[in-house]
Design a protein around this ligand. Structure first.
Ligand code: 5RP
Length: 221
């Protein structure tokens, strides 16, 4: 977890006084929220934040990070979030933690999206990680069939015996494509299926990827 923490702490150095900041979701974003909380407490850093999940919002509140309402957001200065896969073109697969829709909404409102990962997330081609697709519960069986017709093996995500439900009340289909040759085209195809709310491909959204390694080194893409 050291590699995730150092990438997160490097990213948090980009947070400046007065910024409006988006807080990501997952075990790497956890370290970023911790580091922001520390800066708020120890340096008196004055920021306002929005979160990409109920879990991250709870953590931020516990740490005393000032939260703002989305009603007061036009543009965020910076969002720091994790990813499940990153390629050299800064395309991402996200949604392993089930928060892809809120993450994409917040990322799209941000001037800068900073992604923090460990080396295991950097790939030559996206697709080994099953692509999370958020679908509405209504007629989900039909939506899953449409997904299968695109050449993947969709599996509905479970939480124990029950279907996993996102913060938005939807389901997640994890779609095994093995390799995604054209991420932009697949993104549009998936979102063209009625019943699909959004998918975990983030195309041309990330501005910087900070990669932490187990030996303590950090590089960026
Ligand atoms: C949650 C996400 C996470 O950023 C992604 O799954 C990476 O998680 P972690 O930092 O725990 O490896 O997209 O929806």
């Amino acid at each position: 977890m050291e590699s995730k923490r150092i990438a997160a702490e490097q990213a948090v150095e980009l947070v400046k006084e007065g910024m409006k900041v988006g807080l990501g979701t997952g075990s790497t974003a956890y370290w970023a929220i911790q580091a922001i909380g520390r800066r708020v407490k120890e340096e008196g850093l004055n920021i306002q934040a929005v979160a990409t999940s109920v879990q991250s919002e709870q953590l931020a509140k516990e740490l005393g990070i000032p939260m703002m309402s989305f009603a007061d957001v036009d543009v965020l200065d910076l969002t720091i979030d994790g990813a499940d896969e990153v390629d050299s073109g800064l395309h991402l697969i996200k949604g392993g933690g089930g928060a892809l829709l809120r993450e994409k909404i917040v990322a799209a409102a941000s001037k800068q999206l900073i992604i923090i990962v460990d080396e295991s997330k950097v790939v030559n081609q996206l697709g080994k990680f099953p692509l999370p697709v958020e679908i509405v519960p209504f007629a989900f069986e039909l939506t899953v069939k449409k997904l299968r017709n695109l050449g993947c093996e969709p599996k509905l995500r479970k939480n124990g015996e029950e279907l996993f439900v996102t913060d938005n009340g939807n389901y997640i289909a994890d779609c095994e494509f093995a390799a995604i040759a054209d991420p932009a085209a697949l993104h549009d195809e998936l979102n063209g299926i009625p019943g699909v709310v959004d998918n975990g491909l983030f195309i041309h959204m990330a501005n910087l990827v900070i990669v932490g390694s187990a030996d303590g080194s950090i590089r960026s893409i």
